[in-house]
Design a protein around this ligand. Structure first.
Ligand code: 8YV
Length: 325
């Protein structure tokens, strides 16, 4: 029997590659370089499957140039690197990795809320720079987490996991805005109250963004939205770059129209807007929301399991579009 041919667009745990090699001919990316679109297309020639990450774009041009391709398995829950409509039209299966990273990403979201409110990065830099010579009454005094109002924009799986941490762990009042309102029983369980986007912006002490990126959510937080927030408020983005207008945010932080921000994702990452690097009141992490070893292993295995299921004629664990088989 002829083995299917799979391309690993980025490096991943060797055990995951080994698992795929049992049933397929696998080409790896030995240097873990982010390939250009032209190189990706070249390497995809004759491949039926591809293992991708958020840095690998599968669009109409790729699909047209790679007629053998039948399945793209993304090692990420977000899939804005896929043109899903074009994939569906080309009868190419798309899969992602939901659930296995929910709690890990919610942990990082909460860590950023706390680090931002309590000015942890700023104060660590101060200490490392040898500037700590005495205690003073307002040194790095920030805002409280417990008992404050937590605003959540986007209330999917990760948003709900953050709501639970806030309401049940820290006694926060949780308000949220989402495309669709949650069932009353779920709202009750996490003690979350649905509000308009305007009220969310105006009332949150800590606002966290957990919505998917799309043309509709592009710059969902721009200058106008930042201006509606309290001057004492903090903003955390663990969703996707492009949801926040980073230039507008850098200005708001510089002018202190909001108190601070915590950012794990950036417009045009891995580049970071220079204005964000200049201001002290921001905590910056390099897109590590799902970066615990257990979560990353589970994500890689789930992406691989989708490929294995496809090539062995089994139902797909986490398909994003109709299965044309
Ligand atoms: C990934 C993510 O690390 O799952 C997602 O949507 O953003 C992260 O967990 C990243 O996209 C790499 O694929």
């Amino acid at each position: 029997m002829i083995k299917p041919r799979i391309l690993m667009a980025r490096a991943v745990f060797p055990e995951v590659v080994a698992k795929l090699e049992q049933v397929a001919e696998v080409e790896i990316n030995p240097d873990d370089r982010v390939w250009s679109q032209a190189e990706l297309i070249e390497r995809l020639q004759g491949k039926q499957g591809v293992f991708t990450t958020g840095s690998d774009r599968i669009d109409a041009a790729v699909l047209q140039a790679c007629p053998d391709l039948r399945i793209c398995a993304n090692m990420a829950v977000g899939y804005n690197n896929f043109d899903l409509a074009a994939m569906t039209a080309a009868k190419v299966v798309a899969t992602n990795t939901p659930d296995v990273l929910t709690e890990t990403t919610a942990d990082l979201g909460f860590a950023l809320i706390m680090a931002t409110a309590r000015r942890m990065a700023e104060s660590e830099h101060f200490l490392r720079a040898g500037l700590w010579t005495k205690w003073s009454y307002d040194m790095f005094a920030g805002s409280d987490i417990h008992g404050s109002t937590l605003g959540i924009l986007g209330m999917g799986r990760i948003g709900q996991a953050i709501a639970r941490r806030g309401a049940l762990g820290f006694g926060m009042q949780v308000i949220y805005h989402n495309r669709s309102r949650l069932e009353p029983a779920i709202e009750q369980e996490m003690r979350a109250r649905y509000v308009s986007k305007d009220d969310l912006l105006a009332q949150a002490d800590h606002l966290i963004l957990v919505l998917p990126y799309s043309a509709q959510s592009h710059h969902a937080i721009g200058a106008a939205e930042l201006a509606r927030m309290k001057p004492s408020a903090t903003l955390v983005n663990i969703a996707r770059g492009g949801i926040v207008d980073d230039a507008a945010l850098a200005l708001a932080l510089k002018n202190r129209t909001i108190a601070a921000a915590g950012l794990d994702v950036f417009e045009g990452e891995p580049s970071v807007h220079p204005g964000l690097l200049e201001v002290p009141n921001v905590v910056l992490t390099p897109h590590i929301g799902s970066a615990s070893i257990p979560a990353r292993k589970a994500m890689a295995h789930l992406a691989a399991d989708n490929l294995l299921a496809f090539f062995s004629g089994q139902p797909l664990p986490t398909a994003l579009n109709p299965d044309p088989r």
